[in-house]
Design a protein around this ligand. Structure first.
Ligand code: GLU
Length: 291
């Protein structure tokens, strides 16, 4: 197997201590496997992309000694790929005319993350006078064996999820016309032949949806490893919204040592250079996750 891993940031702001942990984990896993590490800018949600953020992330990764193998790809430039994946999913897709508020108001049940599970209102056709807004994937019914998605996460252990209970029919093409993250990420991982996905545990609840799409598209399912997310004093995931500050690009080794500690990596003596840091961290990661 030739290993391909990736870091896939959304350019909504500069890299911070939380996103550095995800970047570092994916980088170390690729290097410990002697594989390729690619960087993909996930700017498909053009409404959320912040001008200049992608360039800033790319430069910060370089300052921190993490250089992508091969060209960096941008989701906003790959729309035909998503269109083609959507076309292949056509038999499983239907138009939905519901507004967000209508779905929230229906309150059939809530997903474990508190989001409203889509109640299936438009599953059997749009009500008269309704216009299609979004396009949804019909997930298998609760009792159908195909609804139960299982995978073995390399950090979190065995995970099982029944999509009918956790999300219901989910959106592939959004009401604002943009492709949904779930569709884009699956199309990209397949196209780029990604074998190992290493990312933050906030995306654990997206994984079953992504595996369901892989199965329908008949593309391989990568191995997954979800690292714990970094939280602030209030227990909130570190993000721009919760006050995360940009990394100090002039002191990369200190930030990397802290990120490694957050991953539970004991490096021994304090590294004095990026090279010393990488050598030690790749070795420790490799002993824990590869050898
Ligand atoms: N773009 C996503 C994020 O920044 C990560 C996607 C992924 O790793 O699958 O949260």
């Amino acid at each position: 197997m030739s290993y391909v891993g990736r870091f896939a940031p959304s350019p909504t702001g500069p890299l911070h201590a939380g996103s550095l942990v995800a970047a570092l984990a994916s980088y170390l896993d690729a290097r410990a496997h002697r594989g390729r590490w690619i960087v993909r800018i996930e700017d498909i949600d053009e409404a959320r992309a912040v001008p200049g953020a992608a360039q800033d992330i790319i430069e910060t990764l370089a300052d921190f000694g993490m250089h992508a193998d091969g060209e960096i790809v941008w989701q906003s430039r790959r729309k035909p790929l998503y269109e083609a994946a959507f076309a292949r999913l056509e038999p499983h897709v239907y138009p939905c005319g519901c507004t967000r508020k209508e779905i929230a108001d229906s309150r059939v049940s809530l997903a474990p993350d508190g989001a409203a599970i889509y109640p299936g209102t438009c599953r059997h056709g749009l009500a008269p006078g309704r216009q299609p807004r979004a396009w949804r994937l019909r997930v298998p019914d609760r009792g159908d064996p195909a609804a139960a998605i299982r995978f073995d996460d390399r950090w979190q252990g065995p995970i099982g999820e029944n999509l009918a209970d956790s999300v219901g029919d989910f959106v592939l093409k959004r009401a604002d016309g943009f492709w949904a993250y779930q569709l884009a990420v699956v199309a990209d991982d397949a196209d780029q032949q990604v074998t190992h996905v290493v990312r933050g545990a906030d995306l654990l609840e997206s994984t079953a949806r992504q595996i369901a799409l892989q199965q329908l598209l008949k593309v391989p399912t990568p191995r997954y490893l979800h690292v714990p997310v970094v939280v602030n004093e209030l227990g909130e995931k570190l993000s721009k919204q919760t006050g995360a500050v940009a990394l100090d690009r002039s002191r990369p080794v200190e930030a990397l040592v802290l990120a490694a500690r957050r991953l539970g990596l004991e490096l021994g003596t304090a590294p004095r250079s990026l090279q010393e840091f990488q050598d030690a961290a790749v070795a420790v990661w490799g002993r824990r996750f590869v050898d």
